[in-house]
Ligand binder design. Structure first.
Ligand SMILES: [Zn+2]
Length: 403
C-alpha cells in the first residue's frame, strides 16, 4: 500500500484500486494507494470523496489499523469489489488547515527548544485549537511570547520545508528534535530549512510562509508540564476576528476602546460590588422599618403579635429578612406568616424562639394545599408556591391554625 501523501502533501486527486471492503461495523474500503491521511502523530484524518463507477461517496473518516488505511464511507456503492478502480479527492481546505497547524507546531516546538530547551512531549490537534505539552516546570509569559515571536519570524523568512527519507542509522547522526518511538528501517524527516529537523509522517506545507501566523492562545499547567494552546494560519485569522467582534461588542456597551476594556470591566465590577453592598444595607433598613410598623399595627393577642402579610412586589430575600426582624424584635414576641410575589413566589413562616408553634409543620400544610416545595425548622420555614395569586388564601388559611 502506497501512502501518496508521504511524497506530496499537495496531491489531492488520485486513482487507486480497491483491495479490501468492510461492511461491519461501519462501511469502509482499503485501497492499494491513497492520498488520504489517517489520524496519527497528533494530526487528524482527511475527509473527501471517492468516485466509483461515476458515483461519488463521501469519505467521512480515515484511520490506520494494523498498517492498513481504512477509508470509512457514508456507504459502499453497489458493485464495488476488490479490484474496482476508484478516484479519490481530498477535501483541500481541511487538508490545508491541517498542514498549517502541523507545520506550525513543528516551528513552535523548535522555537521552545532553541530558546529555552523545553521539549514538546505531545501534540494534539482539535477542531478549533491545537495544543503542545512542554516538558518544563513552568514557562513565563515572556518566554512564551519570545517563542511565539521566533516562530513567526521563521514564518516570515519563508523557509523551505523538505521531506527527506533516511535510514535509522543516518538519522541518529543528524541530531533530530524527535525520533519516532517505533524503530523503522527508513525514517521520513521533515526538514524546515536550518531550523528544525524531525521524524514525522504528517502532511506539511512547502515553505513556512504557507503556515501563516502562529498565535498562542493560552498556557496552563498540565500533567506533563505546561500546555500551550495555539492556532495557525486560517485559524489564527478566525480567532483574531472573533476576539475583535466580541471585544468590540463589549466595548460599544461601555463606549470605550477595546484596549481600555480591562480597566472598564474592573471599574464596572467595583461599582456593581458597591451597589450590591448599598442595596443590602438599604434592604436591611427597610425591613427594620417595616417590622417596627407591622408590630405596631398588630395588637398583641395571647402574648404575641401575629403578623400576616403578602408583598406582591417583594421577593423571598426581603420577606426572609423581614421575618427575622419581626421575630427578633426586642421585648416582643411574634409569629410572622409572609408571602412574596416577585420573582419566584414564596412563603416564609417564623416565630420568636419559645413560642409553641411548629413553622416547618405549618409550611408543609400550606404547601400541601398549594402544591409547592419547601420546609424548615420549628422556628423558621420557607417554601415556593406555583402562583402568586394563591398566596393570600394560603396565608388566610394558616392564620386560622395559629389563632
Ligand atoms: Zn509532526
Amino acid at each position: 500500500m502506497t501512502r501518496l501523501y508521504y511524497a506530496d502533501a499537495f496531491l489531492t486527486e488520485f486513482d487507486a484500486q480497491v483491495s479490501e471492503i468492510q461492511a461491519e461495523p461501519r462501511p469502509a474500503v482499503v485501497l492499494d494507494r491513497t492520498a488520504f491521511y489517517p489520524t496519527s502523530g497528533g494530526q487528524v484524518f482527511d475527509t473527501g470523496w471517492l468516485e466509483v463507477n461515476g458515483a461519488r461517496t463521501r469519505v467521512v473518516e480515515v484511520a490506520e489499523q494494523d498498517d492498513r488505511i481504512l477509508h470509512y464511507l457514508e456507504s459502499v456503492p453497489a458493485g464495488v469489489v476488490a479490484g474496482t478502480q476508484v478516484h479519490g479527492s481530498i477535501d483541500l481546505p481541511r487538508r490545508r488547515d491541517h498542514m498549517q497547524q502541523h507545520s506550525g507546531q513543528h516551528v513552535l516546538s523548535a522555537a521552545f527548544i532553541r530558546l529555552f530547551e523545553m521539549p514538546t512531549v505531545s501534540f494534539h490537534m482539535g477542531d478549533e485549537v491545537c495544543t503542545i505539552d512542554l516538558d518544563t516546570k513552568s514557562a513565563t509569559q515572556e518566554q512564551v511570547e519570545r517563542a511565539e515571536d521566533l516562530a513567526n519570524q521563521v514564518v516570515m523568512e519563508d523557509r523551505r520545508v523538505d521531506i527527506r527519507f533516511v535510514s535509522l542509522e543516518e538519522a541518529r547522526g543528524l541530531g533530530l528534535r524527535k525520533l519516532p518511538p517505533v524503530e523503522r528501517e527508513q525514517l521520513r524527516l521533515i526538514d524546515i530549512g536550518d531550523f528544525d529537523l524531525t521524524a514525522c509522517g504528517g502532511t506539511h506545507v512547502r515553505s513556512t510562509g504557507q503556515i501563516g501566523a502562529i498565535l498562542v492562545r493560552k498556557t496552563e499547567k498540565a500533567r506533563q508540564g505546561v500546555r500551550v494552546e495555539f492556532v495557525c494560519g486560517g485559524r489564527a485569522l478566525a480567532a483574531a476576528r472573533r476576539d475583535r467582534v466580541a471585544l468590540s461588542e463589549a466595548a460599544s456597551v461601555v463606549s470605550a476602546h477595546i484596549w481600555e476594556m480591562p480597566q472598564q470591566v474592573r471599574k464596572l465590577a467595583d461599582e456593581a460590588k458597591a451597589a450590591r453592598k448599598l442595596r443590602s444595607e438599604l434592604l436591611n433598613e427597610l425591613a427594620e422599618l417595616h417590622a417596627g410598623r407591622l408590630l405596631q399595627e398588630t395588637p398583641e393577642t395571647n402574648g404575641f403579635h401575629l403578623v400576616v402579610r403578602a408583598f406582591p412586589d417583594r421577593d423571598l430575600e426581603f420577606i426572609k429578612l423581614l421575618a427575622q426582624k419581626l421575630v427578633r424584635s426586642e421585648g416582643k414576641r411574634a409569629v410572622a406568616l409572609l408571602g412574596a410575589g416577585e420573582g419566584s413566589p414564596a412563603l416564609v413562616f417564623a416565630q420568636t424562639a419559645g413560642l409553641p408553634f411548629d413553622m416547618g409543620a405549618l409550611m408543609k400544610e400550606a404547601l400541601a394545599a398549594s402544591g409547592g416545595r419547601g420546609g424548615g425548622s420549628k422556628d423558621m420555614a420557607q417554601g415556593g408556591v406555583a402562583k402568586a395569586e394563591i398566596i393570600d388564601s394560603v396565608l388566610a388559611k394558616i392564620r386560622t391554625t395559629v389563632l
